[in-house]
Design a protein around this ligand. Structure first.
Ligand code: RIB
Length: 295
């Protein structure tokens, strides 16, 4: 079974601020760092650091994409399905406040230049039973879902960041749906819904889907036809929450791909994510498997 992640690659410009900039305000930042990020890249890095061979497909700019390619290559991810275009790579402007929380402004760049011919070319090299991991930061997502499903690939979708593009996707074709409470409420069209009600509604709406609902401070809940499993977070000093969700997703899928049971995969994912939030930056903060152990 091969693992293909068709996803974004972003240069993350991270500004340390006292508070998030308000409308009309000009604010000086205390520090600025550039990290490799993008939900796609982060999840591939998490899979690779967890010990899984991952093929990353996507697009970068020919002039500014080298750092992104190096970040994946240095952890052993396969980058032969990443195209270079004569345009800017995707980037993110990230404000990080004193509590380690962030707000993110995205510029799609090359991530939004992924066309159907390129998608077909990539998927031609993958088969029934291979994993296809997706997020919502590249163009033609609905087409990738359809093509992947028609080949019999096992689709894992993290619908972040949630926007109208997700409603174009046939979510029935997704085997694992990994989403947070806000994304779940938006997909269900259910506002002010508590956690238990959300889970019930999700399982009714997607009876054949394995659902992973992430709940921030409250941990995560997995639910499928036969079981429901809860996992707490591992408390740690919060330095920077960027890529915590991506680490969780990458490590959880790494567990599933390795044949680990869901409970153990969730535990590993929660431990890995807690290390990520204790460090600065997106992909560089993601731990290797040997750093993820019982605390
Ligand atoms: O999930 C974190 C990521 O979201 C950042 O690395 C940023 O690039 C945005 O895509």
């Amino acid at each position: 079974m091969k693992v293909l992640n068709f996803g974004s690659l972003n240069l993350d410009y991270v500004y340390d601020v006292d508070h998030f900039v308000r409308e009309g305000e000009t604010l000086s930042s205390k520090d600025m760092n550039v990290f490799c990020g993008g939900k796609g890249l982060n999840q591939s890095v998490a899979l690779a650091k967890a010990g899984i061979k991952v093929y990353h497909a996507g697009a970068v700019g020919s002039a500014d994409g080298a750092m992104l390619l190096d970040a994946l290559k240095s952890v052993g991810a396969d980058i032969s399905y990443i195209k270079k275009y004569d345009m800017a790579s995707g980037h993110a402007i990230i404000q990080k406040n004193k509590n380690g929380n962030n707000c993110i402004l995205l510029y799609g760049g090359a991530n939004q230049n992924i066309g159907v011919e390129f998608i077909k070319e990539v998927l031609d090299d993958f088969d029934r039973g291979d994993i296809l991991l997706l997020q919502n930061e590249i163009s033609n997502l609905a087409f990738i879902v359809d093509e992947g499903a028609s080949k019999g690939m096992r689709i894992v979708l993290n619908p972040s960041p949630l926007n109208e593009k997700i409603f174009e996707c046939d979510l029935e074709k997704v085997e694992y749906l990994i989403l947070n409470e806000i994304e779940a409420s938006d997909i269900l069209g259910a506002s002010d819904t508590g956690e238990d009600e959300l889970i019930e509604k999700l399982t009714k709406r997607f009876p054949n889907t394995k659902i992973m609902l992430t709940l921030g401070e409250k941990g995560s809940v997995y639910v499928d036809k036969t079981k429901m499993i809860r996992q707490d977070i591992y408390k740690t000093e919060v330095v920077d929450t960027t890529a915590a969700g991506d680490t969780f997703t990458g490590y959880f899928i790494a567990g599933i791909v390795s044949g680990t049971d869901v409970e153990a995969a969730m535990k590993q994912a929660a431990m890995a994510a807690s290390i990520t939030v204790s460090r600065k930056g997106a992909s560089p903060s993601i731990p290797f498997a040997n750093e993820v152990c019982e605390k």
